[in-house]
Design a protein around this ligand. Structure first.
Ligand code: GDP
Ligand code: IMO
Ligand code: MG
Length: 425
């Protein structure tokens, strides 16, 4: 059996949470492979909305095992708040959720450092989620991190050592802070974490694969936020791409099966950094309002723009995407014309590859397609799709060279249409 991956192809918030939830019945295990509580994965069913941060999005359907992999960074205080809310809603999280001992911990001082580094950057700030992600991954790579498995032995000494290092940096940055309350909540989180199954998840996962269990690896953020291939330095601090699933869970590349790449019918970005197709006019505002484009973690308004096929093609290549999922199709229901960025123009020269440096000189080149001007929200089957919508799908599939197998027409689990599949799916 091979493990499938589902990951974002744009700048995050493509609808990964909803898609993982929809696909969960086909799998035995759902495993998050990178990122931390910077993620906000939203699911809607039975009239209720749920936002997950560190817990995988397979937690609501059936009795599936959900794994927080070694590639994830975990904040015990935020995890406790999220997990207790899930437990209160009747989910037996302590049975269903396993956490890798190799996952790194986000310390209270990582969050302070995140804020201090952003403040020091001034106008050049990244616009992080403020969850300590960059400093936690920096300590992991710098071999100074503290891991989940460390909470079981000699933890206070390790914590004190790294905290003292961080406090020296904070003093150098003249950053004022009071750690008392956040540190207390953090240690409460550590005690809570001890009640969970802390595992050698790489063994667990490989045993499951070899015994024929079906595994779905859930990404966070998106390809354009990848530390290597995103719009550096306006990125997150992990590998959000398909290769990240191998490193973040301990799965060898030859055990990877399908790679689902998810994208919105348009683009959004939250935080700073280049965004060639960003709209600053009333169309951008309309997309924002219709798509309710406000961050699920920070509440920040997301920047909106037309779909960018230069970036999307790049993402398909880097990830080896085998199946596409398009979400938020319904948000474009009312538009007469839909623009699609097919190339970039820099000082009069057009090209369709993703450049090393996206700056103000990069201008999008658009093709205009007719809008469908029909409400898609209640559609159940692709036979109901308007001709113009099929034209949009066909144009994207032709350009990207990968079939769009799932179309999402609303936030609810039910508002999902499968294509190219047999009835039972
Ligand atoms: P994720 O981070 O990739 O899981 O995405 P988010 O949950 O941050 O953002 C996606 C938002 O769009 C959430 O509020 C979803 O409920 C919502 N959503 C997902 N699919 C659709 C869709 O097809 N149509 C509409 N209108 N909303 C959707
Ligand atoms: P999901 O999983 C959208 C953005 C931040 C900032 C940059 C770095 O819900 O799609 P970080 O806190 O990671 O150091 O911030 O990345 N960012 C996201 N944008 N969706 C996310 O996650 C994001 N996680 C981080 O806004 O620009
Ligand atoms: Mg999100």
């Amino acid at each position: 059996m091979k493990a499938d991956i589902l990951l974002g192809l744009q700048w995050g918030d493509e609808g990964k949470g909803k898609a993982v939830d929809v696909l969960t019945p086909r799998y035995d295990v759902i495993a998050r492979f990178q990122g931390g509580p910077n993620a906000g994965h939203t699911l809607e069913f039975e009239g209720k909305k749920h936002v997950l941060r560190s817990v995988p999005s397979g937690i609501f359907q059936g009795n599936k095992i959900n794994i927080v992999g070694n590639g994830v960074v975990l904040d015990p205080a935020l995890f406790k708040a999220e997990a207790e809310a899930l437990e209160a809603s009747g989910i037996d999280l302590k049975q269903k959720l396993h956490i890798s001992k190799r996952a790194h911990l986000i310390l209270p001082t990582h969050c302070l450092l995140d804020a201090a580094y952003e403040a020091a950057k001034g106008a050049a700030k990244v616009g992080t989620t403020g969850k300590g992600i960059g400093p936690a991954y920096a300590d992991k790579i710098g071999r100074n991190g503290v891991r989940v498995g460390d909470i079981l032995h000699d933890f206070d000494r390790k914590y004190a050592y790294i905290k003292a290092n961080h406090e020296r940096i904070l003093r150098n940055l003249n950053y004022d802070y009071d750690i008392t309350k956040i540190e207390r909540e953090w240690f409460e989180g550590i005690e809570y974490l001890k009640q969970f199954k802390l595992t050698d998840s790489e063994y667990e996962i490989n045993d499951m694969i070899h015994s024929g269990k079906k595994l779905l690896c859930e990404g966070a953020q998106g390809t354009m936020l990848d530390i290597d291939f995103g719009s550096y330095p306006f990125v997150t601090s992990s590998n959000t791409i398909s290769a990240g699933a191998c490193a973040g869970l301990g799965i060898a590349p030859n055990y990877i099966g399908d790679i689902y790449g998810i994208f919105k019918a348009y683009c959004t970005r939250v935080g700073a950094g280049p965004f060639p197709t960003e709209l600053f006019d009333e169309i951008g505002e309309e997309i924002c309002q219709l798509g309710y484009e406000f961050g699920s973690v920070t509440g920040r308004k997301r920047r909106c723009g037309w779909i960018d096929l230069v970036a999307l093609k790049y993402a398909v290549m880097i990830n080896g995407v085998t199946k596409l999922i398009m979400t938020k199709s319904d948000v474009l229901d009312g538009f007469e014309i839909i623009k699609v960025c097919v190339a970039y123009n820099v000082n009069g020269t057009e090209f369709d590859h993703f450049p090393y440096d996206i700056n103000a000189d990069v201008k999008p080149v658009y093709t205009e397609l007719p809008g469908w001007q029909t409400s898609m929200k209640k559609m159940q089957n692709e036979n109901e799709f308007p001709a113009e919508f099929n034209g949009y799908l066909f144009f994207l599939e032709e350009t990207l060279g990968v079939p769009i197998e799932i179309v999402s027409v609303g936030p609810d689990r039910e508002q999902t249409i499968m294509r190219y599949t047999e009835e039972e799916e």
